[in-house]
Design a protein around this ligand. Structure first.
Ligand code: ZN
Length: 570
């Protein structure tokens, strides 16, 4: 945001903040705030905390949108605003100018792509594209908004009715209803992909090899708060909830915002879990920056290097396309780690990365939030090469198919990069096709592949080169009967009479505790084993003194805890 701050606006800001210090005592200002809350269910204001820890506390009930040069800009519903007042923090109410209706819903949409569609025009545009390009387009509905509007999504891919071994890539925009630039850009992207398929080599490659999903409007009730046209869109949904604070918290809280999951988000989560999502981006407005995970905590993603590189590529291309105009330069020249910018709990990006084992970034596409309709074509021009190249990233990294060795059936398996994966960065193969994609930076990697009932398998020395895909298939062998295993932990024979051999795959060297419990939960044995390196270790289990019956063997290793049920016979 810094780039646009001229001396004049600094002067203006300092005048405004001078006003803000008195705003709380100004009864007119307070009255106005509550009048807006009654009319729209949300208000926007800038506040000036004297220390950052206060921001963390109030972040749970306010929706902090961005850091400004003086403080923070935030949205609140009535309950959140009342709580905020209890903190006695100086603030300044920001009154939004109504957008000109002339840019919305007038004439034909899309025309020259220099207008915002009315809701009806949006729906008919989506229907028309699906009708005109049946060989690559399917229009789908994820679910319904609070007010009952359909949340539309377009699937664009070769053979759209077949579930193929391909990565799914998802673009979603405008979960904050007042961030509408990305909405129109997404509609234009649908048009561009369809129109250029079979003519442009990059577009054809993307459509043929990726299952592309585009959800232009994730919060229709917010964007169309004023019904037809979008003269005064809202950030929140109709229940006054910020959808980007309403996902399950990765730090363990089920409802970080204290609100039930909203229908718009339940629809998104159900959908994202139902496809083989590899990558995506979620488009917002209010700044010009690519924001990568995590939002919740300081810990970096295991593939932080991948995130920084791919985000940088997006920003650089957009900067080049915007030529002499200064664009996509906020924070670290157009990229930022989410938490470093400002912490957010319950964000969609964190949920996708952590719980859905996929990749997602937040693209803040424009500052200020509202783009006059005549300027929309510029934002398309700046962004469309980056939007295409970003999708192409899902075709790089490691790809393959995992099958049962004897039947050839596809398998859902867990794939961990040895010594690398943390915080749910490990992935799974697709249960329907056995296909997997592990996006990762250049290097040589070992992959640990495990599936319930199959031998634990390590694929060593997988080479990954920049801008290329490394492909290999894996077959897994079923475990011999009588052997029981959990995540590679195996015991043989099982049942046993005197002694059994416990085989322990070690991915992180260190101290391993082996505990044995009887059926009533009493510990009957405890031992320690120090493993200096990775690999498979054999532990001789001496059990001649044990009574006949079922036991639970618990292995506590530096990496995880595994439990195995074992049987002692006579
Ligand atoms: Zn936003």
């Amino acid at each position: 945001m810094g780039k646009r701050v001229s001396f004049l606006s600094l002067l203006l800001l300092s005048l405004l903040s001078g006003l803000a210090l008195r705003a709380q005592e100004d009864p007119g200002q307070m009255e106005r705030a509550f009048a807006i809350l009654e009319e729209r269910g949300e208000i926007v204001f800038e506040f000036y905390p004297d220390n950052i820890s206060t921001v963390k506390q109030i972040n749970t009930f306010l929706s902090v949108d961005r850091k400004t040069s003086m403080g923070f800009e935030a949205y609140a519903n009535e309950e959140g605003f009342r709580k905020f007042l209890g903190y006695n923090i100086p603030f300044r109410l920001i009154e939004r100018q109504a957008r000109k209706k002339s840019g919305t819903g007038s004439g034909e949409f899309p025309g020259g792509w220099d207008s915002y569609p009315s809701h009806d025009q949006y729906v008919s545009f989506m229907e028309r594209m699906a009708d005109e390009y049946p060989e690559i387009c399917r229009l789908d509905t994820l679910g319904q908004s609070v007010e009952g509007r359909n949340i539309l999504i377009m699937k664009i891919t070769g053979n759209p009715d077949k579930h193929e071994p391909e990565p799914a890539f998802v673009y979603s925009s405008t979960m904050h209803g007042d961030e509408t630039t990305g909405y129109v850009i997404m509609l234009r992207l649908i048009d561009y992909l369809c129109f250029n398929y079979g003519h442009d080599s990059l577009v054809t490659k993307l459509v043929d090899n990726i299952e592309i999903w585009i959800n232009p409007l994730a919060n229709p009730d917010g964007a169309y708060f004023e019904d037809d046209g979008i003269p005064e869109p809202k950030r929140f949904n109709l229940n006054h909830v910020d959808l980007n604070r309403n996902f399950p918290g990765i730090e363990g809280s089920e409802h970080p915002d204290g609100m039930p999951y909203q229908p718009e988000n339940i629809a998104q989560m159900d959908f994202l879990e139902s496809i083989y999502m590899v990558m995506g981006a979620n488009i917002h407005g209010g700044a010009e920056v690519i924001n990568y995970p995590f939002d919740t905590w300081e810990s970096l993603h295991a593939d932080d290097e991948w995130y920084r590189r791919t985000s940088r590529e997006y920003a650089r291309e957009a900067q080049t396309m915007s030529g002499p105009v200064l664009y996509m330069l906020d924070l670290d020249s157009g990229i930022t780690n989410g938490w470093k910018w400002y912490p957010v709990y319950g964000s969609r990006q964190d949920w996708v990365n952590y719980f859905n084992h996929a990749r997602e970034v937040t693209i803040e596409i424009n500052f200020p939030k509202y783009t006059p309709s005549a300027e929309l074509p510029y934002f398309w021009h700046y962004n469309h090469p980056s939007l295409l190249r970003y999708m192409e990233q899902s075709l790089f990294g490691i790809h393959g198919i995992i099958r049962d060795e004897s039947t050839g059936n596809p398998l859902k398996a867990s794939i961990r990069v040895q010594g690398h994966d943390t915080l749910h960065s490990d992935i799974y193969s697709d249960s329907l096709t056995g296909y997997f994609v592990r996006l990762i930076g250049p290097g040589t990697w070992n992959l640990e592949i495990s599936a319930s009932g199959y031998e634990f398998t390590v694929v060593e020395d997988v080479q990954v080169n920049p801008g290329q895909a490394t492909r290999f298939d894996v077959t897994l062998t079923t475990l011999a009967s009588g052997v029981n295993r959990r995540d590679g932990l195996e015991i043989s024979p099982n049942p046993f009479i005197y002694q059994a051999e416990l085989s322990i795959p070690v991915s992180v060297p260190g101290l391993h505790r082996i505990l044995l419990y009887d059926i009533r939960g009493r510990m009957v044995m405890e031992d320690l084993m120090f493993c200096e390196m990775t690999g498979i270790f054999i532990y001789p289990l001496e059990g001649s003194h044990l009574d006949q019956g079922i036991y639970l063997l618990k292995l506590i290793s530096p990496a995880d805890t595994r439990i195995l049920k074992i049987f002692k016979s006579q």
